[in-house]
Ligand binder design. Structure first.
Ligand code: ADP
Length: 197
């Protein structure tokens, strides 16, 4: 951008990672509403904190109440929602945190944007693959009933698409895998990223 010069600071990501004793990166949970993203992200974070890892969780509902309160669920606003979250994640990675992000993030293009913003090696994609019927049966927040009744428009799985990831780092079928096993799989997948090179 014109007239903007990147400032170099002497305390950088590498130094913060060394001080913390672990690497920093983004664990991105994608899947339908009610699939189990927040539940699993929460359990993963609890384990990480127990290991002395510095973490932060970004959650769809919370971010939409503040930073992204002016955005709708149109495809354009969903893209902007994700772009801002990715930029915030990027700052947090730079700050030395392991960032967990639980967002439906239904469009492959938007998930590609996240990787570009945070850097490919800083991105771990977790696909919480729970069938729509099961998410609708759980209807944790009563949103599917509202979407079926036409009270909510552009609801993913009902009248807006979900583009499933083709090559996620980890895929969890919550119909078969209990939360504790999902956590184990995810911890295994991030082991090398937690180590400082
Ligand atoms: P999301 O964040 O994807 O919208 P939530 O985590 O809020 O979904 O809700 C998922 C619901 O599914 C919770 O009520 C959770 O207890 C339930 N659930 C049942 N089995 C599982 C599982 N194996 N993994 C994750 N969640 C599960």
């Amino acid at each position: 951008m014109k007239h903007i010069v990147q400032q170099e600071y002497s305390v950088n990501k590498t130094k913060r990672n060394r001080r913390n004793g672990h690497g920093s990166f983004l664990i991105w949970f994608t899947g339908l509403s009610g699939s189990g993203k927040s539940t699993i992200a929460n359990a993963v974070e609890a384990q990480l904190v127990q290991q002395g890892i510095h973490t932060y969780t970004l959650d769809g509902d919370n971010v939409r109440k503040g930073l992204n309160a002016n955005l709708t669920f149109s495809p354009e606003d969903r893209a902007e929602n994700i772009r801002r979250i990715a930029e915030v994640s990027h700052l947090m990675i730079d700050a030395g945190l392991v960032v967990l992000a639980a967002f439906v993030s239904p469009y492959a293009k938007d998930r590609e944007t996240i990787q570009k913003i945070v850097g490919y090696t800083n991105y771990v994609e977790i696909f919480i693959n729970t069938p729509l019927e099961e998410c609708e049966r759980r209807d944790v927040k009563g949103l599917y009933a509202k979407a079926r009744a036409g009270e909510i428009k552009n609801f993913t799985g009902i009248d807006a698409p979900y583009e499933a990831p083709v090559a996620p780092h980890v895929q969890i079928d919550t119909m078969k895998v209990p939360v504790a096993s999902a956590v184990k799989q995810i911890l295994k997948a991030i082991e090398n990223k937690l180590d400082i090179q």
